[in-house]
Design a protein. Sequence first.
Length: 559
Amino acid sequence: MAGVRALLLAAAVCACARTEEIVSTPKPKKVLDTIMNPSYIPAEEKHGSYWKKSAASTLKAKLEETPNTNKAKNGILFIGDGMSVATIMAARTFAGQLDRGLGEENVLEFEKFPISGLARTYCLDAQVADSACTATSYLAGVKTKYGVIGLDGNVTRGSCFPQLHKGNWATSIGEWALEKGLDVGLVTTTRVTHASPAGMYAHTSDRNWESDADVPDECLSLGCRDIAYQLVMENPGRHFKVIMGGGRKEMLPNVSNALTPSSGRRLDGLDLTEMWHVDKIKRNATHQYVTDRNELYKVYNSEELPEYLLGLFQDDHMDYHLQAKNQPTLEEMVEVAIKMLSRSKNGYFLFVEGGRIDHAHHDSLAHLALDETVEYSKAIKKAKSLTSEEDTLIVVSSDHAHTMTVAGYPSRGNNILGTSDTAYGDDNMPYTTISYANGKAASIGADGKRVDVTLSQEFMNGDLGYSYPSLVPLDSETHGGEDVAVFAIGPWQHLFTASYEQNLIPHMMAYAMCLREDKHSNCKPSTKTNFWSTGASTRSSVSSYASILTVIVTFRYFY
């Protein structure tokens, strides 16, 4: 018997030896067979007592919280366009690793807020939303159709007649604030006429009607106005004390001569930056138009701030933060806006959009998307430092998600923008921790095999223009349909917990700020006035002046 065992053992050894010879390069270990060994784990975190102490401290702080039911004199709504929950996780890790930490333990500024919830983002007619229907939701409190802004669900996209019917209009919290005597501003890193900021002031059946060049002739003839015109010439936009972002080309005429090439798109001959100036002169209001960072800081550092500020810092969207030159950061724009609006004795409402998170995701540019999210967090930190949670409600959210995922069981501290360090795919190829369900960079090559990202110099060098792999190849990555996070701090912050429809957000902010009819006990009674009646004569004079200015502008360019 012992001899048989010896023979079997010898055969097994020989079989192993033959296997070793045949498979010279063993397949990389699966993650479940791998012992994760990050280069550094804080020593204190290895002890259970650390986590118990941390939990006890957090619990104690929560038990000591008392509801803040003050009237919110001021309200600030931050929207990170396309800032999904996965984007938040990846951005916090990215920021932590920039600071030479492991990354995962880092916390973005708005994640420190005491209250969080989830908002459902679908449009009336779409499972996965766009920035137009969501802007109408979180600013006007009404769910509407895909591609429609400031109108309810009775409107068909691209149809002009329903746009002109005021019964279909959905007014924004910015207009509600103006009617109560508050000052209002908007700040964005996109064009100021883009879908998200347009939710503050526009009523349009198509989000793409940013200038008159975009509006069909039959709609123009019926009286439909483009988004840029509504911002400058109509209520409530012309009453906004602060407007900052990109989008000059939507404001300027498409007229060129030998000396002055056109950067505008307008076909009606109007220079809306000049019309903005005319409107403020007619109202005897101090004002300033700026076009770069240096000009903005001259205003900021001036002894007396203007009553109105228009800042258009690019012809199109503002540049990505990592690629910008002489362009203010989102943090700097927010600082200037709060300084200006804080002069109002009645308070203010400020809308802020970190809009280029979305654009980076659409191009599968994960590095830029995460950096834009970090910049967005810096702007929120600045706003918090300039205000008091006793009288200022700050709400942070997103309009919709994206298809970016964070996956692959990488070990702690692994480069969030790199490949998973613990496993390969079944094809023995590495894969990135970040990837997209669909997007610009296909994961399958022309040979039918998955692309080896480590052979890409762009990827290995960390180039900003590297598009991360996606399962479904598309010209542009799409939005995602999952819920988005909502964070709140300040008076009535506790209203923003739980899971709810996105359109509830402005109604809760309005309640805290005493802008609604159903006011809480700390709201002082006020006499209702017709805010717009004070500007009736001005509107008439500006309208007549527009015709004169059109002739002057046309003469100047052609002669």
